[in-house]
Design a protein around this ligand. Structure first.
Ligand code: MG
Length: 380
C-alpha cells in the first residue's frame, strides 16, 4: 500500500468495533487483512449487498439490462473514490468499504420508494435510507453467532452516515455525535460523499441518453457536457454516437476527479491537519473548486428537470409509490401476513418491523409480493 498521510485514517488508531474481536489471521508474520479490509469483506458477503443488484437507481431493474442498478452504482462510486483516495494518500480500503456500503439501506424503486415509505412511517419515526444503511449493518444482518449486524469499525459506520438530523443523531450513540458537535467525518468519508455525486451525475447522463428520455442536443445546454463533447468531436469527427457519448462522459469524470484532487490537496496544504482528530475539527477539506461545483450543480439541475421529472420516470415512480403504500397498509392491518421471522419483531415494534421488511425488498420482490397479496387470480 502507498504511504498514508498523517491526516488519513489509520486502522491502528481505529475507535474499534462494538464487540471486541480478535485481529485478523496472521500469515508469514503479516496480518492478512487490516480492519477496513475486513469491514469491506463483511459488506461484500452480506445479504443487503447482493440485493443491490435488483434495486433501482433511476430505472427499475426490469426496464433494461444495461442501466445502472444500486450495485453497479456502488461499484462506480468505489472506483472513483479509491482513485481520489490514493492520490491524496488516504486509506483506500476504508474509502472502498464506505462506498460499497453507502446505499445498503435503500428501499426498492429508488427515491420514490423511500418517499412513500417515509410517508407511511409518519408518526412512527419516519424512514430515511441513510439511517437505514446504519440499521442494516448494525442490526438487521444476522450472520454472526455472537452479535447482530456486521460489527463494523466506528470509522466505517461514521462514513456510511452521511447526513442526519439532530433528533435522530441523539438516538445513534457514537456515530451520531458528530452531527451534535458539528464536526466533520474522516477525509475518506468526505471523498466517498463527493464520489457518489460524481458517479450518479455522470451515469445518469449515460442511462438517460441510452433510454432516449434525454437527447444529445438537450445536453449541449450543460456547459460541462458541451465543452467535453466539443473536444471529442474535434478529435474524432466521424465517431459513432455511442462511442462519442462514452468519450465525452469519461472526460467529464476525469475533469471532475482532477479538479477534486487539485482543490482538496490545496485545502489540505493550507489547513495543514496533522491528524484525523484535527481533520474532524476543521471545515470540510474535500471539495470541488467553486467554478467546478457550479458546473456540477448545473448538470444536476438539468437531470432533475429533464430526466427525474420525465413523465415516463414519473409513471414508474407513481406505480412504485402505490406498491409501497399498499404493502405497508396490508402488513400494518394484519401482521399475520408477514413472513414468520418478521412477525416476532412486529410484536415489539410493528411499524418499524414492516418498514424493515419492505426496505429490504428488491424491486421485483416488491412487485411479486404485491401480486401475491392483491391479485386474486394468483396462486401462492
Ligand atoms: Mg449513492
Amino acid at each position: 500500500m502507498h504511504q498514508l498521510a498523517s491526516y488519513a485514517t489509520h486502522p491502528a488508531q481505529s475507535k474499534g468495533r462494538h464487540h471486541v474481536e480478535p485481529t485478523s489471521q496472521v500469515f508469514n508474520g503479516i496480518a492478512i487483512r487490516n480492519d477496513f479490509q475486513r469491514d469491506r469483506d463483511r459488506i461484500i458477503h452480506c445479504t443487503a449487498f447482493r440485493r443491490l443488484e435488483y434495486k433501482t437507481q433511476v430505472f427499475v431493474n426490469h426496464e433494461g439490462d444495461l442501466f445502472r442498478t444500486r450495485l453497479t452504482h456502488s461499484l462506480e462510486v468505489a472506483q472513483i473514490a479509491r482513485g481520489v483516495s490514493r492520490a491524496l494518500n488516504l486509506h483506500e480500503d476504508l474509502t472502498e468499504a464506505i462506498a460499497l456500503a453507502h446505499d445498503l439501506g435503500h428501499t426498492p424503486f429508488g427515491h420514490a420508494g423511500q418517499d412513500a415509505l417515509n410517508d407511511c412511517m409518519h408518526g412512527f419515526g419516519g424512514f430515511e435510507h441513510n439511517l437505514q444503511s446504519i440499521r442494516v449493518v448494525d442490526k438487521l444482518e444476522l450472520r454472526y453467532a455472537e452479535f447482530d449486524g456486521l460489527n463494523l469499525t466506528f470509522e466505517l459506520r461514521e462514513g456510511i452516515l452521511k447526513h442526519c438530523s439532530i433528533k435522530n443523531a441523539k438516538t445513534l450513540g457514537d456515530v451520531g455525535q458528530r452531527f451534535i458537535n458539528k464536526t466533520q467525518p474522516s477525509l475518506e468519508a468526505q471523498v466517498t460523499n463527493i464520489a457518489d455525486e460524481i458517479a450518479y451525475n455522470n451515469h445518469d447522463i449515460d442511462d438517460g441518453l441510452r433510454s432516449g428520455l434525454i437527447t444529445l442536443e438537450q445536453l449541449t445546454q450543460v456547459q460541462l457536457f458541451a465543452d467535453n463533447l466539443k473536444i471529442v468531436r474535434a478529435k474524432y469527427p466521424s465517431l459513432n454516437e455511442r462511442r462519442m457519448i462514452n468519450e465525452t462522459i469519461r472526460r467529464m469524470i476525469n475533469a471532475l476527479v482532477m479538479d477534486l484532487c487539485t482543490q482538496s490537496s490545496a485545502n489540505i496544504a493550507k489547513a495543514k491537519p496533522q491528524s484525523l482528530d484535527e481533520v474532524r475539527r476543521m471545515p470540510a477539506l474535500i471539495n470541488l473548486s467553486a467554478s467546478m461545483a457550479k458546473q456540477q450543480h448545473a448538470l444536476k439541475q438539468f437531470l432533475h428537470k429533464n430526466l427525474y421529472q420525465h413523465y415516463k420516470v414519473k409513471r414508474m415512480s407513481a406505480k412504485a409509490d402505490r406498491i409501497i403504500r399498499d404493502l405497508f397498509q396490508a402488513f400494518i392491518a394484519d401482521i399475520g401476513l408477514l413472513p414468520t421471522e418478521f412477525q416476532h419483531q412486529a410484536q415489539i415494534d410493528k411499524p418499524r418491523a414492516v418498514a424493515d421488511y419492505i426496505a429490504g425488498m428488491t424491486d421485483r420482490y416488491a412487485i411479486r409480493e404485491h401480486r401475491r397479496l392483491f391479485a386474486v387470480e394468483e396462486y401462492l
